[in-house]
Design a protein around this ligand. Structure first.
Ligand SMILES: Cc1cc2nc3c(=O)[nH]c(=O)nc-3n(C[C@H](O)[C@H](O)[C@H](O)COP(=O)(O)O)c2cc1C
Length: 170
């Protein structure tokens, strides 16, 4: 898919089919995250891939919208460690992962932890690490068709503030 069409057509997907996501596809998403640049190339992100149903269900109880994880066949939890603007770096890595997923016809959504302490315990997050998000992933229950519109048409429909409100040209 054209890069701008991927960006413009992507929306968060919160309802997934139970079908498993093939390992090679998961690896490609993780590679997209790995390839993101980071300050001084410190590479602060680490990833925990969760596919075990029981663990996904327990993790679901630690995020703000449990059904996102309880209904997903897979989650990628993102941790940061070490120095630098690591949340900025994590944002870059996660966006790469989300866009690569969309390019593979996969839906996804970042999830905010509401019980981080319990999530840390479930995932074995180290003292020097910080849990950033759990990205729920799966094939959308309702098929999406990015190619059904142009990138400009997707952009015009997006629930976003207009550029004129966001940008100051000097
Ligand atoms: C840091 C961050 C945390 C988010 N946490 C959640 C969440 O806990 N649950 C959820 O359903 N969506 C979550 N989202 C998704 C946002 O609600 C979503 O990006 C926004 O509403 C735009 O959605 P759209 O791209 O489908 O228009 C999160 C997004 C970000 C960037």
């Amino acid at each position: 898919m054209d890069t701008f069409l991927t960006i413009a057509s992507r929306r968060e997907i919160r309802d997934y089919r139970p079908d498993p996501v093939p390992d090679d596809v998961v690896r490609r998403l993780l590679d997209a995250a790995r390839l993101a640049g980071s300050a001084r190339n410190w590479q602060p992100c680490r990833y925990v891939v969760v596919r075990e149903r029981g663990l996904l269900d327990r993790l679901a109880e630690t995020v703000s919208r449990p059904s996102n994880l309880a209904g997903a066949p897979l989650a990628v939890c993102v941790l940061v460690q070490g120095p630098g603007p690591r949340l900025f770096d994590a944002g870059r890595a996660v966006e790469n992962l989300l866009l690569a997923a969309w390019n593979e016809d996969l839906g996804s959504c970042p999830n905010t932890f509401t019980d981080r302490e319990r999530a840390n315990g479930l995932l074995g997050v180290g003292d020097e690490q910080e849990l950033v998000t759990a990205v729920s992933l799966g094939y959308p229950s309702r098929a999406r068709e990015p190619a059904s519109r142009t990138a400009d048409a997707w952009s015009a429909r997006a629930n976003r503030l207009p550029l004129d409100e966001l940008v100051d040209w000097r």
